[in-house]
Design a protein around this ligand. Structure first.
Ligand code: 13P
Length: 252
């Protein structure tokens, strides 16, 4: 059966020293605590090596927040999936709405990134989600369905089964405005159904689908209690060990 996962996305926050200190604090806080979820922290590229070294790999998986859409070569400033994997990181966030919006990542580009991440043994945490106007026009199912189909549905079933999906409504990211647990459940169920129609019920039932967008200790329990919400992708609240722990321990 699918895993519960709580993943922190640090975005472009923390210096190297601050990031390593935060990772150590989370690592300490987890000691002796029985969790009902896997814990992931996704950090800026330059933090990956020292963060991998600072945490207990049995308790915390480390991830990047992006990787290149090319394998290697003359792409100044880019970081490949193979480079990410060589740090000891196990995950990579792909398709975050900030990357789609600010760095013009298209469905095609993301398709390449997913293939390269998988080829290098990384688990992609693939993000989808609609903007406010799309929700208000009741287009969120179409938008999210297309994001999944356009970037992921050329994968073999074997490869698709390695993915984690994160639903992050753009209007809820960093705004303090969380989707209600019912809104999250409704679209998570839709995502699972979309996967089932393509890859079958077993793969759909085994796919972890995380919620992201102003998730915090006070609302995580209600969100995670929904049958199709398998954890969270956490931004702001992942930058403090105590609030991140409050989310990690929010499963009933
Ligand atoms: P916030 O938790 O800060 O809203 O960010 C969510 C997010 O974008 C995680 O990837």
């Amino acid at each position: 059966m699918r895993k519960n996962i709580v993943a922190g996305n640090w975005k472009m926050n923390t210096t190297l020293q601050e990031g390593v200190a935060l990772a150590k604090e989370i690592n300490e806080a987890l000691k002796g605590v029985e969790t009902k979820c896997d814990v992931v922290i996704a950090t800026p590229f330059i933090h990956l090596v020292p963060v991998v070294e600072a945490v207990d790999a049995a308790r915390i998986g480390v991830g990047a927040e992006n990787c290149a859409d090319k394998a290697e070569g003359a792409y100044t400033g880019e970081v490949s999936a193979a480079m990410v994997a060589s740090t000891g990181a196990k995950y990579v966030i792909l398709g975050h709405s900030e990357r789609r919006a600010y760095y013009h990542e298209t469905a095609e580009i993301l398709k390449e990134k997913v293939v390269l991440a998988l080829a290098n043994g990384l688990t992609p945490i693939f993000c989808v989600g609609e903007v406010l106007e799309e929700r208000e026009a009741n287009k969120h199912f179409d938008v999210v369905g297309a994001q999944i189909k356009d970037s992921l549905f050329d994968l073999s079933a074997e490869d698709f089964a390695k993915l984690v999906i994160a639903y992050e409504p753009v209007w809820a990211i960093g705004t303090g405005k969380t989707a209600t647990a019912d809104q999250a459940q409704e679209i998570h169920a839709f995502i699972r159904q979309t996967i089932a129609e393509k890859y079958g019920k077993e793969i759909a039932d085994n796919t972890s689908i995380l919620y992201g967008g102003s998730c915090k200790p006070s609302n995580a329990g209600e969100l995670f209690a929904k049958p199709d919400v398998d954890g969270g992708l956490i931004g702001g609240a992942a930058l403090k060990a105590d609030s991140f722990m409050g989310i990690i321990t929010a499963f009933e």
